[in-house]
Structure formats: C-alpha cells, structure tokens
Design a binder for this molecule. Structure first.
Ligand code: AMP
Length: 430
C-alpha cells in the first residue's frame, strides 16, 4: 500500500510517500519512495524541496499562497514523468495525517470521518497553535484526494497508557474534570518508533523491555516505556514541561511566572513568549538555540554556553534517574532526534555518573557513531545505550495501513465503513 504521510504546520507542509504492507510492518522494512516539504507557504517566495528514492533532488522557489496549492505541488512532483515515483495520484491508497493533540479522546490512531474530525476540533483548545493547521492539512488533502481513506495519528496517543498518578497534577481535581488539565505528553510517534526499534536491535520481544527514550532535537522529551507502553513522559499538558529545549524553559517553579507578572506587569502573551520562545538554551546563552553553535561557542571559551549545555544534560540525567525508579530498572536507553543522534558530547555528559546503575558508555563507539543506528555502550554495560534515528513518518504510515486494513476486514457494509467517502469510491476493498 502506498501511503502519503502529511505533517501540516501553519506555513509548512512536510510529506513522505511510503510503501508499506503487513510483511514490511512486521520486518520494519517499509520503503520511503519520496519525501520533501513546502516551506513559507503564504510568503512572497515559498521553498519546495523534494527527493526520491533514486536520489533525484528538486529545489524550487515558487509562489505558493495556500496549503491547497502546496498539496498540488507535491502531487505534481510525485507524479512527474522524470523524478516522480507514481504514475497518477490515484496510486496513493491512503493518507496519514500527523495530528498533535488527541486529548483523552484518542488513545490510538483513527480513520477520519465526520465524528473523528469533530473530536479533533474539540481537542484544538488544548493545542491552539497545532491542531488547526493539522485539520487544515486534512481538509485540503481530502478535497484534492476525496476517494481514499485519511487517518489521523496523534502525538499524544502513545502516552495515554500512563497511569493516573503519572498524569494528574496536584491541582484541584475539579480542574481536570472541567478543563482536562492533566499531563498528555508529546512526540508519541517518535518514542513509539524508537522503542519498537529497540526490540528489533536487542532481539528481544518488546513486551519484555524496560526502556528510556530520549528525544532531543528542537523540542525535547523523554519517555519511560515498559513492555512497549509509555508509563511516563516529560512533556505535560503542553510541550513546555520537562527538559530544557532550544527556546523552551522546561520545568520551572510556576511561581516565577506569578512573580514576573507582578514585577514586570507581564501580559499573557509576553509570559507565553518568554517561556516558549526566549528561554531554554537560547535564553541562558543569548547566543543560539542550536546545540552545534553552543558547542562551538563553548570550545571558544564562552562560559554561558558551557553552563547551558551542563544544565541541558543534567536535566536529562535527573529524568533518567527518575525513570529508572518509575520502571523498576532499565534495560535500554536510546538517544534520538537532532541532538541525540549527532552530539557525542551531550550523550557523554548525560551518561557520566550513571555508572552506579551499571551503565558504561563506550567512548569510541559514542564518538564514531553519528546519525546511525547502533550501540554506544560497552558490551558488558548492564544498561545498553543506543542511538536510534527517529522516523515518525514510518509510524504514521504503519498506523494508516493498519487502521485502513482493520476497517476493511470487518463485516460492516462498505457504506458504513467509509461513511464520508463518496459512493463508489471504496472499490479498493477488493
Ligand atoms: P530536530 O528538531 O530533531 O531536527 O533537531 C534539530 C536540532 O538538532 C538543532 O537545532 C541542533 O540543535 C541539533 N543538531 C543538529 N545537528 C547537530 C550536531 N551535529 N551537533 C549538535 N547538535 C546538532
């Protein structure tokens, strides 16, 4: 099955066309036929990048004023006579949409029909910046490709297995009941992908594994995973909680905001910007939110860059300790995303001092393995440490394929399985 994966932001559209089927899912050998993105939608010049599995690359800067036009552009490239990978758009059999927030309503992915769409809209109050563009992505894609199933895959769904004592805040309980204020966690597709890869790499059934996955890129989060299920994660009701990030503060004393509101007459927007855009690595250093820049600055003697990296790594180390306690032990730790896959320094500093848990990092492996999957602990380390490059799109394609085939496999009449699809468009059932 050819699944188009779409990740729609307010001014961007990322896509991958993935070949998948049950066999490929079981062996984790799905193939990315083409991928790319349209950036700066609605601006004077948009940027389109595209590459296919044969190595052809396209970069162009057309004017793309709206997301519907961006979908048209990606379909144009996918079906292009020279660098395309399919003959016609009808070769796309399903579309998987990344949706950031599924609230408590979605603990797994769902075929989008009008009821599901309504629920996604309801969840938008919990992610006002993210869910609306995700919904827009569905709307424009389903207008262009109305005759195939569309599936929503939620960033929050993987963490819905957390026990109540891990997700309820110590606030008046009525706030949870009234506004669903609780911890949800994000990056779920990434943590799920990495934990599944760990099973494969360690040649152990996922059900037997206790793992800690560390997703550190622009956004940063960790998850404690037992038997393939998330039991705790560092992000909360929003992605702000937990680790230090590029521009987000992560855990702070909430009274700091009250203090600043009073001292500096801080407005709501300003407080939001302070915590989300001007804090984290950028806030501490005033140099950059990019770990590459900070490593260079530290080498040149910038002590604030040294401090930011120390704080960043120390916070991760503290969470590892907490998660070993939450899991009752740990078999595997995996680093993923931009910093996790590329920074031997950060991985080393995080692992320093964890020898008390039997963790032994192999210096050579850690220095030499970058952006590549593999072991970076010593062979006799009792906690195995890995680099596992993440791939959220593969998880979205897997779930899309599974949701679609599960629905097809039921005895429900076709008209009820795909209630929102036009009559005659579900011939794919055969
Ligand atoms: P992501 O959000 O996963 O794309 O990660 C992006 C971040 O990864 C960047 O902002 C950098 O901080 C970090 N990064 C990428 N390459 C490197 C590198 N070679 N060394 C350190 N950090 C890196």
């Amino acid at each position: 099955m050819k699944v188009l994966v779409l990740n729609c932001g307010s001014s961007s559209l990322k896509f991958q066309l993935i070949e998948t089927d049950q066999k490929r899912i079981e062996s984790q050998t799905e193939e990315v036929l083409a991928e790319g993105q349209v950036e700066k939608i609605g601006q004077a010049e948009s940027i389109v990048s595209y590459k296919n599995h044969k190595g052809d690359r396209i970069k162009e800067t057309p004017v793309i004023l709206e997301h519907a036009a961006a979908v048209g552009v990606l379909l144009k490239h996918l079906t292009h006579a020279k660098h395309g990978v399919i003959e016609k758009t009808e070769d796309i059999e399903a579309i998987g949409h990344r949706v950031v927030h599924g609230g408590e309503m979605f603990s797994e992915s769902a075929v989008i029909d009008s009821a599901v769409l309504e629920k996604i809209r309801e969840c938008a109050s919990l992610a006002p910046l993210h869910n609306p563009p995700n919904i827009l992505g569905y709307e424009v894609a389903s207008q262009t490709l109305p005759n195939i199933p569309h599936v929503a895959v939620f960033d929050t769904a993987f963490h819905q297995t957390m026990p109540d004592y891990a997700f309820i805040y110590a606030l008046p309980y009525v706030l949870y009941q009234r506004f669903q204020i609780r911890r949800y966690g994000f990056h779920g597709s990434s943590h799920r992908y990495v934990s599944q890869r760990l099973g494969k790499l360690a040649e152990q059934p996922t059900e037997d594994i206790k793992s800690i996955t560390i997703h550190i890129g622009n956004g940063c989060s960790m998850a404690a995973i037992k038997g393939g299920h998330s039991v705790d994660t560092s992000m909360g009701m929003t992605p702000l909680e937990g680790l230090v990030m590029g521009t987000r503060a992560g855990d702070i004393d909430p009274a700091i905001i009250l203090f600043l509101m009073e001292k500096e007459n801080l407005e709501l927007d300003q407080a939001n910007n302070l915590l989300n855009k001007h804090s984290g690595l950028l806030g501490i250093t005033s140099v950059s939110n990019d770990m590459r820049e900070l490593e260079k600055a530290m080498e040149k003697g910038n002590d604030r860059a040294r401090l930011a990296i120390d704080i960043f790594c120390y916070r991760i180390k503290k969470y590892i300790g907490a998660y070993i306690a939450a899991l009752g032990g740990c078999d595997h730790i995996a680093f993923t995303a931009g910093i996790g896959e590329n920074s031997p320094l950060v991985r080393r500093k995080v692992c320093e001092g964890l020898e008390c848990f039997g963790l032994k990092l192999d210096k050579t492996r850690n220095d030499e393995l970058n952006r590549e999957e593999g072991l970076i602990s010593t062979d006799d380390s009792s906690i195995k440490v890995w680099i596992v490059p993440t791939n959220e799109e593969i998880v979205i394609a897997r779930d899309t394929m599974t949701c679609v085939t599960e629905r097809m496999g039921t005895n429900t009449p076709a008209s009820d399985k795909w209630p929102d699809l036009p009559a005659g468009s579900v011939g794919r059932e055969s």
